[in-house]
Design a protein around this ligand. Structure first.
Ligand code: FE2
Ligand code: FE2
Length: 194
């Protein structure tokens, strides 16, 4: 498996856990958008049956994450919020080519990278919560999410390798990893997934 090229600063996880109630609506929205994106792939590339099968599963798992975060918000008395643009995802999508097979490859690779970053960040929140040890169950919840996003990272990447020549997928991934590192390094520290 490939590696991301920039680490999220540790201050981000500290800030998120300090402001968890502010973070949760954005987290919930990110899960819902991930589910919707997977179903968008199903509709757009409906002749790619292995991808359809995998994306329906991803959509279901992301919707389950959304439901879990919603329950957490409800317990804590935190309201759902109107959607706000995600600066990280939107910046990455500006680099996606827009037609045919190029677009399909780019969406699979960007999907994998976005899942990878989610995995890294949920794991950081899990560690921060566990170190503070005021809510071990919540720390475990975020560690479980990280494991699920790690699986999705692999799902998207394996589909890219299944549908495209390895050299094409790897060279495009190499370009995206540089772009992603630059985008992440520009992100402000705030109580949001990105
Ligand atoms: Fe998720
Ligand atoms: Fe995911």
């Amino acid at each position: 498996m490939y590696k991301l090229r920039a680490d999220t600063p540790p201050e981000w996880a500290t800030h998120v856990v300090d402001n968890l109630n502010e973070f949760l609506p954005d987290h919930a929205a990110a899960e819902r958008k991930a589910s919707a994106n997977a179903m968008h792939m199903v509709v757009r590339y409906s002749d790619k049956l292995d991808m359809v099968d995998a994306m329906i599963e991803v959509a279901r798992e992301e919707l389950e994450h959304y439901h879990q975060v919603f329950h957490l918000m409800r317990e804590r008395g935190v309201a759902l919020q109107p959607d706000e643009p995600d600066p990280y995802v939107n910046a990455l999508l500006t680099h996606s080519r827009q037609t045919g097979g190029d677009r399909f490859l780019d969406r699979l690779l960007l999907g994998s990278i976005i899942e990878y970053r989610g995995c890294e960040r949920f794991a950081m929140i899990g560690r921060e919560l566990t170190e503070r040890s005021d809510d071990p169950a919540l720390g475990e919840f975020y560690r479980d999410l990280a494991a699920s996003e790690a699986k999705h990272r692999g799902d998207f990447y394996e589909l890219a390798l299944q549908y495209f020549p390895q050299d094409d997928a790897e060279s495009r991934l190499d370009e995206f990893l540089d772009v992603e590192a630059e985008v992440v390094e520009e992100l402000p520290i705030r109580a949001a997934l990105h």
